[in-house]
Structures are given as structure tokens and as C-alpha cells.
Design a protein around this ligand. Structure first.
Ligand code: ARG
Length: 271
């Protein structure tokens, strides 16, 4: 009798403890020591759209790595938390929907800062310069959009590359069949399998693809769109934005940025 009673007490006590821990976990978020609110305690949750090497892609072990990942890791370290990455379609990232719904704290997706996106996102200071580039299979180079009349040109849905091409096609009244793919992998696959004769995306991702698949694809033409990438937070999240900006600025001045650049992008172009 007695033994049972004690066991009963022990169980109740442990349930109470579990209950308390459960409550703490159920809390919708957490606040870091520095006073930055996060959607999940102890974690800097990042939304991205995979794959987008060299900015974010899975390594052979399945871990998401890349230039953006390394920079956001600096922010996480600064906040005393660890980064967790959520892979989600680009549309929800650039529209602000994912940040607004609390899916993540920050968006890091090789995302170009645009006026339209600035209306729905708060961007960090620029952390990378990019342009658009037209890739074709090696030996099948096309130098101008005019040469693509009557042919299929691939783009990635929701991106600045897609927007640039649609604008050009309209302005110049070019009868090109623009085909939109849901992610970079699908676009690159389409080019490799002749579904399209050329494909447009940001130059650094083509450079990375060519490094990984030498001799197959070439950058046949470039479009100097003068884009700059920014990380984004939910509109009004000034505390987190400050930490993101401070981490970028510090990394630029103490050499960390250059180290990360060399690791993921390669040699810096002479400026
Ligand atoms: N820089 C382009 C844009 O902002 C493409 C970004 C695509 N990024 C990605 N992770 N899928 O529209």
C-alpha cells in the first residue's frame, strides 16, 4: 500500500514537471538575452528556397550550406542561438507571407532587393552584387534574345530573371516562348535535357553549376541588371534587422566576409 502510494506521488510530481516543460515549449517563441524576439526559442529560423547554390543547397549529408547560410550563422552566433533552415517556395518568401505568418525570422535566399519587395519586407544592407546571365549548352551558344525568337527560353518562377525576360520580350515584342520553372534544379534540368535552348538566372548560380558540371553548360550572354541581394525580416522587426546589419557590417570589416566569399563564391572580381 505504502509503496504504491509513494510511487503515485512520484508519478504526479514527474507529470507536473513534464507539464511545466511542455508549457515552456508551447510558448510561441522566445526572446534572446539581447531582447530579440524569435519565432522559436533558442533558434534563428531562416526561410529559403532550395536549391540555390552557392548561396544555399544541400551538401552530400543533407545539411543546408552555402554563402547565405554562413552569413546568417554569424547573426545566430551574435544572438547566442542556432540557425534552423526551412525550405519553402520563393513566392512566399518574397511576398512576405512566410515572415508575416511566423514561419521564420529571416529570409535568406539569394534574394534581390527590389522596390516592390521593399513594400512587404524589410531588407538588410546589401550583401552581394549580382547580374542576370543567359546559359546554353556548350557549343549551342546564343548571344542575344533576338536569336531565341520561335524558341523556348527557361526562367525560374517568381525571380527577377523571369521579370527581366518578360519585360524584354514585351518591350521588344519578341516571340519567344518563355517557360517558367518552379526552382533552379528544374530549370537546369530543362536546359540539360533540351526542354529549352537557353535559360536565364543569376550569374553566380550559373558559375557554380558550370564548376560542378564542367564542359556541359556555358554562360553565353550577360544582362547587367545591377542587382543587390539582401536578407529580409518581417516589416517592422527593427531589433532583428539591426542584428543582421551589424553582423554583415562586422564581417565586412574584420575579413570574415572575404573568407566566406572565397569559400563559397571563389576569387573576388577586381573592383
Ligand atoms: N535573385 C533572384 C531574385 O531575387 C533569384 C533568387 C532565387 N533564390 C532562391 N533561393 N531560389 O528574384
Amino acid at each position: 500500500m505504502r509503496a504504491t502510494g509513494l510511487a503515485g506521488v512520484a508519478i504526479v510530481a514527474s507529470l507536473a514537471l513534464t507539464g511545466a516543460a511542455g508549457c515552456a515549449k508551447k510558448d510561441t517563441g522566445g526572446t534572446t538575452e539581447a531582447g530579440v524576439a524569435l519565432v522559436k526559442a533558442g533558434t534563428l529560423t531562416t526561410c529559403t528556397h532550395l536549391p540555390y547554390a552557392p548561396f544555399q543547397s544541400k551538401d552530400p549529408s543533407g545539411k543546408v550550406v552555402g554563402f547565405d547560410v554562413a552569413l546568417i550563422d554569424l547573426v545566430a552566433t551574435k544572438l547566442g542561438v542556432t540557425q534552423a533552415i526551412v525550405d519553402t517556395p520563393f513566392e512566399g518568401i518574397k511576398s512576405g507571407a512566410d515572415l508575416n505568418s511566423g514561419k521564420c525570422d529571416v529570409a535568406a535566399a539569394g534574394m534581390t532587393i527590389t522596390d516592390e519587395r521593399k513594400k512587404v519586407l524589410d531588407f538588410s544592407v546589401p550583401y552581394f552584387d549580382a547580374t542576370q546571365a543567359l546559359a546554353t549548352q556548350a557549343g549551342k551558344e546564343v548571344k542575344t534574345l533576338e536569336e531565341l525568337v520561335g524558341k523556348r527560353l527557361g526562367v525560374q518562377g517568381g525571380t527577377t530573371g523571369e521579370e527581366y525576360i518578360n519585360t524584354q520580350v514585351k518591350e521588344k515584342n519578341l516571340k519567344i516562348e518563355v517557360v517558367s520553372y518552379k526552382d533552379l534544379a528544374a530549370l537546369q534540368q530543362a536546359l540539360a535535357t533540351n526542354q529549352v535552348v537557353a535559360a536565364v538566372n543569376d550569374l553566380p548560380v550559373w558559375n557554380e553549376y558550370i564548376k560542378a558540371n564542367p564542359g556541359k553548360v556555358v554562360v553565353a550572354a550577360g544582362f547587367d541588371t545591377g542587382e543587390q541581394y539582401g536578407f529580409a525580416v518581417k516589416k517592422g522587426n527593427a531589433e532583428l534587422l539591426k542584428n543582421v546589419n551589424d553582423a554583415i557590417t562586422a564581417a565586412r570589416s574584420d575579413g570574415t566576409y572575404d573568407k566566406i566569399y572565397a569559400e563559397w563564391i571563389g576569387e573576388k572580381p577586381a573592383s
